[in-house]
Design a protein around this ligand. Structure first.
Ligand code: ADP
Length: 602
């Protein structure tokens, strides 16, 4: 069961989840915290110096020669202020630079961890509609972005500002308890308003996230389906779908902005109200002769230090909310440990390649029952063909044999050992898979063929391309083996997949309609190459091509997820059942009568 997506997450949980990623930077973090503390102490120097100045100058003005007496005051003030600023240069640099370094390092570690993790997830994880590539990408990007912003905020804004505020408050209390109390009272009110604001926006932010994800995946789908859209002249229809999404996104964005502006105004007012209270109170205390004039300046500046983080609070709140919302989606991906591909430990020294399916049932995660009580014997060193109408479950059998999915019930044995016990990588190293539509990676033809064997020399790649009848075509290309493989035609890409197979040279070969996108001449050439490589290997082939089926040692005929018949071509023809039906229909579709008569005429 996948975890429910909208699980609420709080800061403490985020911290716990982030801890392993920031742990390696412990020393740097402690150093940054120390610098922050010193920085916070230095921030109180200005208010204190100003108080000293005002009080000293007030006294000096009452002396007969204030100028000559005041020189030492000027020297002290200048020395302290300049000295503090000099020190501050280093403190600020160290604190900001190391804060950034922690942020950048965390971001890289998170990005790499999530890639390493999802590569281990089972195939069905990626089939879930919640895990479409566009959605995963947005969730990962936003998750990393907001988490690193949180780390950055913590070291560059939250910590320095709040330590500033606390130290300033302590000094205020030490000077006068009432002034301290007044400035303390304003803070929770401000927090309360910020919390209200955050609450009001929480739901919208979630909606905003979903809308952004849908917009991105919508755009990706649009680009991928551009030919279909154009051929059905659905540009307007698709455009309107995107327009609706955009309008909804705009509404959410405007609502967010409007709410922010209203609350921000309210918060500025509260802050200024605090300043007014401090002025009134300190002036009163000065007139009552409980304080010197300098104390008015001191408290206004100290209150400024207290309210500085408060002024940033909504932005910090915003970023924290972002982090809480996006971290949730991100950690759902990073911590889906239950989705890690199950693995065995058995590694065969030399595989024979005999597969046995015993009463295998299989249902896809979306509930589609694709295989029902399937039993098959795939003999080693022989070619077994899977035949049946499309949707009968043939590719599903191959998916299970590659361990991309595990049977829901029943058992698959390879060389009499349960397939589940096999170590995935070792097993797949021995299997060559050619699909109807094969994936071509961004990059050159050479690199794409090399995917079959990363250690292959260029000469070996050329040999493989020759066997796949691709070499001559490559020589005609401007950049030859360096040509961009994604630019090749469907048939040429198919040959790349076959060249990969030759390069990999595995004892077990699964072919899922390997010649479906090839022309007649290429099909014949490839068939010859495949016939050569098939010798002595276990081959399972799914094909609609009669010639390839006829060559098989054994044929399994599938219908609606079940094995309907099996045997050799002759046995199956004699049964007069499903196979005969498919065979006759294929023969008719070839217009055999006319073909035969035209062969005769020539
Ligand atoms: P065949 O190869 O014989 O054409 P498949 O094995 O591809 O048939 O499909 C068998 C059934 O399983 C079909 O009904 C198909 O829709 C369904 N199916 C195939 N792949 C998936 C998947 N990844 N998720 C859900 N259902 C699937």
């Amino acid at each position: 069961m996948p975890k429910p997506f909208n699980r609420t997450i709080n800061l403490l949980q985020i911290y716990r989840q982030l801890r392993p990623f920031i742990r390696p930077y412990r020393k740097m973090i402690i150093g940054t915290l120390l610098l922050t503390f010193v920085g916070a102490l230095l921030a109180q120097v200005n208010p204190l110096v100003l108080k000293y100045t005002v009080d000293e100058v007030t006294q000096l003005t009452q002396l007969p020669h204030p100028m000559s007496e005041g020189i030492h005051v000027l020297v002290v003030i200048s020395a302290v202020l300049l000295g503090k600023e000099l020190l501050n240069i280093f403190i600020q640099f160290g604190q900001k630079f190391y804060g950034e370094k922690i942020r950048i390092s965390t971001s890289s570690v998170l990005a790499q961890s999530v890639i390493d993790k999802i590569l281990l997830y089972r195939v069905s994880y990626f089939n879930d509609e919640n895990h479409e590539s566009g959605k995963l990408q947005v969730r990962i990007d936003r998750g990393i972005e907001s988490l690193t912003k949180l780390v950055q905020n913590f070291f560059i804004d939250i910590l320095p500002l709040f330590s500033n505020a606390i130290i300033a408050l302590v000094i205020m209390y030490m000077q006068n308890v009432y002034v301290g109390l007044v400035s303390t009272v304003v803070v929770p009110i401000y927090f309360y308003v910020s919390a209200l604001q955050a609450k009001k926006l929480a739901g919208v932010r979630r909606t905003l996230r979903n809308q952004r994800e849908r917009k991105t995946s919508g755009l990706l789908n649009l680009i991928n389906s551009i030919m279909v859209i154009k051929s059905f002249v659905r540009e307007r229809f698709e455009g309107e779908k995107q327009y609706d999404l955009q309008m909804k996104l705009m509404d959410s964005q405007l609502f967010t902005r409007r709410t922010n502006f209203i609350y921000d105004g309210l918060k500025t007012f509260i802050e200024q109200f605090g300043v007014v209270l401090i002025i009134l109170l300190t002036v009163f205390l000065v007139l009552d002769q409980q304080m010197t004039i300098g104390a008015i300046m001191l408290h206004i500046l100290l209150f400024n230090n207290v309210s500085a983080p408060i002024r940033q609070l909504h932005r910090i709140y915003d970023d924290m909310n972002d982090a809480m919302i996006y971290a949730e989606g991100f950690f759902d991906i990073l911590e889906a440990d239950d989705q890690t591909e199950p693995n065995g430990t058995f590694e065969a020294l030399e595989l024979q390649g005999k597969f046995e399916l015993k009463n295998v049932n299989f249902t896809y995660p979306n509930g589609m029952a694709a295989l029902k009580d399937v039993s098959m014997l795939i003999e080693n060193g022989k070619t077994t063909a899977l035949v049946g109408l499309s949707g009968a479950g043939k590719s599903t059998v191959i998916n299970l044999l590659c361990k991309f999915y595990l049977p829901t019930s029943g058992e698959i044995l390879l060389d009499d050992t349960p397939l589940n016990d096999f170590e995935n990588a070792a097993l797949r190293d021995d299997i060559g898979l050619v699909l109807q539509k094969n994936h071509i990676f961004q990059g050159s033809i050479e690199d794409n063929i090399r995917y079959g064997n990363m250690d292959a020399t260029f000469e070996e790649i050329v040999q493989a391309a020759k066997k796949a009848y691709l070499h001559d075509q490559i020589l005609d290309l401007p950049e030859q083996y360096r040509h961009d493989a994604t630019q090749l035609s469907g048939g040429q890409q198919q040959r790349i997949a076959i060249a990969r197979l030759f390069l990999k040279d595995p004892p077990i070969i699964f072919l899922d309609e390997p010649t479906a996108s090839l022309d007649a001449i290429a099909t014949e050439q490839i068939k010859n190459s495949l016939d050569a490589i098939k010798q002595g290997r276990t081959v399972v082939i799914i094909s609609h091509s009669l010639s390839q089926i006829l060559d098989a040692d054994r044929i399994y005929v599938m219908k609606k997820g079940e094995v309907a018949e099996n045997g050799t071509h002759d046995e199956l023809m004699a049964m007069n059942g499903v196979y005969r039906e498919i065979f006759d229909a294929s023969a008719r579709s070839l217009n055999l009568d006319k073909l035969v008569s035209s062969f005769r005429e020539n």
